[in-house]
Design a protein around this ligand. Structure first.
Ligand code: SAM
Ligand code: SF4
Ligand code: F3S
Length: 467
């Protein structure tokens, strides 16, 4: 597998910084500070990218707004993983023709995974003339250049060349939270699961150097972040493209050595690359959260093979046993796809029985969505949408019962939580296993670890009181 690394050089970044200064110079001449809106679809990787877009916008003199009529610049960071997400994006972009009409100087930009799909940029070019800038995830670091071009009256920008992807260090980031931070450790994916578009739009796997990840983690801890999530499509293959021999478990151990009280989380682990070393490292590292998100996708060996997942049901169950042997209190969550092409009733029952057997704490359930260009999109599929919906509803019902039971078992216990925010006057907090706890208390507790007695529960959350 080709894992060629392309690192964006300091000279290339210096050029972008010069563009940022020019944009900020233009903005400084205005009577009021300009406003920008960044709207994000998709996974945490996109959230992290949007924080970088906001970081660059801030350096260029923009304040953030959520009012699309007031915004001078709108950036929509898109996701291509399922059709539904795409339809939402296209619907919202269509509606922005009204804001553009009301404010002709508005600059509308589209970026992210959808833009990297075959034919999408051309579709935007012809059907959405109010969109001025289109760029894929590999070109994110060039955003200042694209924006300046528009401010200086330049032509529409379409930068979505096919690429294996790159690694960019040193972009500014404007983080959403002061408590929890995303920390991408690698980009792209080499796995080519037969249903998934991510490898086509995000390029090949490439890792950030361990020293760059560590420096960012140290900076986050120093800045008071208490919950750091290491991101990658398949974090377990971290470092395979680097010469220094640091694998993902070694990276966790190094971050664990940073002094301070904080939690290390990560996502996502691919079962084919997870194993003993990861679980024993998690168990040894006191800062590593007791949570593993380990997508299984299907309980049927035939379907797993057709999905190109490269593990069997038994391999998966053995991993779960191993994780629980190392960490009896580990919280397990997973992803599953219902209605993969040709999945029979009996094969779906194998998914149901795996869920019964493992008893996940929570499950992200998806109905198969055909993605053009992936092998699964052209596989024969005799089952109807209604068949799939029925299966989906049964699976959700099963998991709802299991999640309720698992949550009920917390009632009466005391747990350590990180208070991370406030919603409708109630504090929100997370256990080490990532379970949401709602509690009453003062806002000043946000960003602190507390011990809480669990007093109530439902499918999605726990409620508790401070001890
Ligand atoms: N890299 C992660 C992994 O392999 O576990 C998954 C990342 S993907 C963005 C998140 C989830 O979306 C997948 O685990 C899968 O369940 C789901 N997914 C991906 N492609 C899909 C498709 N074509 N239809 C339905 N669900 C899909
Ligand atoms: Fe998609 Fe599979 Fe890669 Fe996950 S591992 S991003 S599901 S191809
Ligand atoms: Fe979507 Fe791209 Fe993430 S396709 S799920 S935003 S990697």
């Amino acid at each position: 597998m080709n894992t060629r690394r392309i690192e964006i050089t300091q000279e290339q970044l210096a050029r972008q910084r010069a563009f940022m200064e020019r944009v900020s110079g233009l903005n400084a001449r205005r009577d009021t500070r300009p406003l920008a809106l960044v709207d994000t679809y998709g996974c945490q990787q996109n959230e992290a990218d949007s924080e970088k877009l906001r970081g660059m916008l801030k350096v260029m003199g923009y304040d953030m707004t959520s009012d699309e009529y007031a915004a001078d610049v709108i950036v929509i960071n898109t996701c291509a993983v399922r059709q539904h997400a795409e339809q939402r994006v296209l619907g919202n972009v269509g509606a922005l023709s009204h804001t553009k009409k009301a404010k002709p100087s508005q600059i509308i930009c589209l970026c992210g995974c959808m833009m990297q799909e075959a034919g999408m940029a051309d579709r935007i070019k012809t059907s959405y003339p109010h969109v001025r800038v289109v760029f894929g995830p590999h070109e994110l670091w060039r955003f200042p250049e694209f924006l300046l071009c528009q401010l200086e009256g330049g032509r529409r920008v379409f930068e979505t060349s096919p690429s294996d992807g790159c690694v960019t260090e040193g972009l500014p980031s404007e983080r959403d939270s002061a408590v929890k931070a995303w920390l991408p450790v690698m980009y792209g994916c080499n796995n080519f699961c037969s249903y998934c578009i991510v490898p086509y739009v995000r390029g090949r796997e490439r890792s950030r150097r361990a020293e760059d990840v560590l420096a960012e983690a140290e900076g986050l801890v120093r800045a008071g972040y208490r919950d750091i999530t290491l991101l990658g499509q398949n974090v377990n293959s971290y470092g395979k493209d680097l010469p220094d021999g640091v694998d993902f478990s070694d990276l966790i151990a190094k971050i664990n050595d940073i002094p301070g009280d904080f939690l290390i989380r990560f996502m996502t682990s691919h079962p084919k690359d997870a194993g003993e070393k990861l679980f024993s490292t998690m168990a040894k590292c006191e800062k590593c959260a007791r949570h593993i998100h380990l997508p299984f996708q299907s309980g049927s060996d035939r379907v797993l093979s057709a999905m190109n997942r490269r593990y069997t049901r038994e391999d998966y169950l053995a991993l779960v046993r191993s994780a629980r042997a190392h960490m009896p209190d580990v919280v397990l969550t997973s992803d599953v796809i219902v209605g993969f092409p040709g999945e029979t009733e009996a094969e779906f029952e194998e998914t149901m029985s795996l869920v019964e057997e493992v008893r996940f704490d929570a499950l992200f359930t998806f109905i198969f969505s055909p993605r053009a260009g992936t092998p699964a999109a052209s596989m024969p599929d005799p089952f109807t949408r209604a068949d799939k919906q029925r299966r989906f509803d049964r699976l959700v019902e099963l998991q709802t019962r299991i999640s309720e039971e698992k949550h009920r078992a917390y009632v009466g216990s005391s747990v350590r939580v990180l208070v991370d925010g406030q919603e409708d006057g109630v504090l929100t907090a997370r256990t080490s296993g990532g379970r949401l706890v709602r509690l009453r208390g003062d806002q000043s507790l946000i960003g602190t670890f507390q011990t809480v007695r669990i007093t109530g529960s439902n499918t999605w959350a726990l409620s508790g009181e401070l001890i």
